[in-house]
Design a protein around this ligand. Structure first.
Ligand SMILES: [Zn+2]
Length: 436
């Protein structure tokens, strides 16, 4: 522990970096087992700086350096997934028999009886899956919805609304092909989903099988082979780290930034989260009758699906996002918005949903039509346009105008239907003897 009469300099901390690198030698020598590597990350590379941090505020440069080393180790750990899927050996045979049986790695979940190192490996599985695509052989080891096999993106992300109501989660490509792509859904498909299904069918037309095993390839390398460097580059450039960097820089009110950050960590007071804290109330969504979770409230609830449908129509897209992680990918595909505009858009929609949800929960005021959600979101967008630069501000204003126009176009239908319903009600009232 460095001690000095004055403020400590960056150079005083070099010993911490050296200590880090010294532990890393063990990794370089390649003699450590998987469990050993996990232990190095947990015991040394995480706890060393935490110990020092309890006494001092570490200089920013040192934190960045240490993070870099840790990131490299996480990337190295991803290599084990690649080895498991692509290489043959005793370790692979044991692990496949114990944890995978016949299926692929997509749907493996953590169980209580799992060993600690397997548990740690599972923690970084999602990161590994981001870079890995499947080349179809016999189709028996590829998850239809979850794995990226028909192009570079999983079908669950290309068709989120179909995926959300699919009964075939966990089915392999082969299983569904044997059923002649006869999908089963939890409910009737609305117009949007019917269009999606046709599009999905088109995509599946060209699928051919052969006798080989399905093979993973690495999409971040031209050679298709896994490399630690490519995953490292991804992590430090446009990966998970950066979405938060953009969030903190976004030009929206600070309290909403913090609120969004909490959503990302599943830490806002939705009913399912309240239940976990011994709250005794009804966990049903206030707009429909499904369980209120973050994913439901902001993306899949029927009232909210209408909002995303309107946004989708305004952008001229055919699919809509099904969760937060899909949003940024989706909006980049369908618009030329800057990151600030993307975040402001997301924040406006979610904040509007949250406000109206709270009004419904605490004041008992239900919305008359989901158009109210859009108008509320648009009012935030135009309000925040003032604090953006000229280009972004103009984009937010025109986006808001476009959304309202689209909403009102649909609203005419809504308005007409509502009027008809009211007239019918009135008519029923006049015929009923006790009507007033
Ligand atoms: Zn709902």
């Amino acid at each position: 522990m460095p001690v000095g009469p004055d403020r400590l300099l960056v150079s005083d901390w070099s010993m911490l970096e050296e200590k880090f690198l010294k532990r890393l030698d063990g990794w370089k020598s390649n003699t450590l087992s998987l469990g050993g590597r996990v232990t190095v990350i947990n015991s040394c590379l995480t706890s060393c700086p935490v110990y020092h941090m309890s006494m001092h505020l570490l200089p920013k440069t040192i934190i960045t350096k240490l993070d870099k080393i840790r990131r490299r180790l996480v990337c190295l750990l991803c290599k084990w997934w690649w080895k498991l899927e692509r290489e043959e050996g005793l370790w692979q045979t044991i692990v496949r028999n114990k944890y995978l049986r016949q299926g692929g790695i997509f749907y493996i979940k953590h169980k209580q009886v799992d060993s600690a190192s397997w548990h740690d490996l599972l923690k970084i599985k999602q990161l590994y899956l981001l870079g890995r695509c499947m080349v179809i052989g016999d189709g028996r080891r590829t998850d239809f919805w979850g794995d990226a096999w028909c192009g570079h993106t999983p079908l669950s992300q290309l068709f989120p609304s179909l995926h959300a109501i699919s009964n075939d989660l966990g089915c392999t490509v082969r299983e569904l092909a044997d059923r002649r792509w006869n999908f089963s859904f939890k409910r009737w498909l609305d117009e949007h989903n019917q269009r999606c299904l046709v599009e999905l069918g088109d995509k599946l037309m060209g699928v051919r099988f052969n006798q080989d095993r399905d093979k993973p390839v690495w999409k971040w390398e031209k050679s298709g082979k896994f490399s630690v460097k490519s995953i490292y580059t991804h992590l430090s450039s446009n990966g998970i780290d950066r979405s938060f960097k953009h969030l903190w820089k976004a030009k929206i009110p600070l309290k909403i930034k913090i609120w969004l950050w909490l959503i990302w960590h599943n830490a806002i007071a939705t009913k399912d989260n309240m239940k976990k804290r011994q709250w005794e109330g009804d966990t049903k969504c206030r707009f429909c009758h499904e369980k209120e979770t973050i994913g439901h409230l902001f993306f899949t609830c029927s009232a909210v699906a209408y909002v995303w449908g309107t946004v989708t129509n305004t952008l001229g897209a055919t699919t809509r996002p099904g969760c937060f992680s899909q949003y940024f990918w989706w909006i980049t595909q369908h618009s030329a918005f800057s990151r600030n505009v993307q975040i402001a858009g997301l924040a406006a929609i979610c904040w509007a949903i949250w406000k109206i949800r709270n009004r419904a929960c605490f004041e008992g005021k239900l919305i008359r039509s989901p158009v109210e959600l859009i108008c509320t979101a648009c009012s935030f967008l135009t309000h925040w346009a003032g604090i953006h630069n000229e280009t972004d501000g103009a984009m937010l204003r025109s986006g808001s105008a476009g959304l309202q126009e689209e909403a009102l176009r649909v609203h005419q239908v809504y308005a007409r239907n509502t009027r008809r319903r009211l007239e019918d009600d009135a008519h029923a009232d006049t015929v009923r003897p006790d009507g007033d």
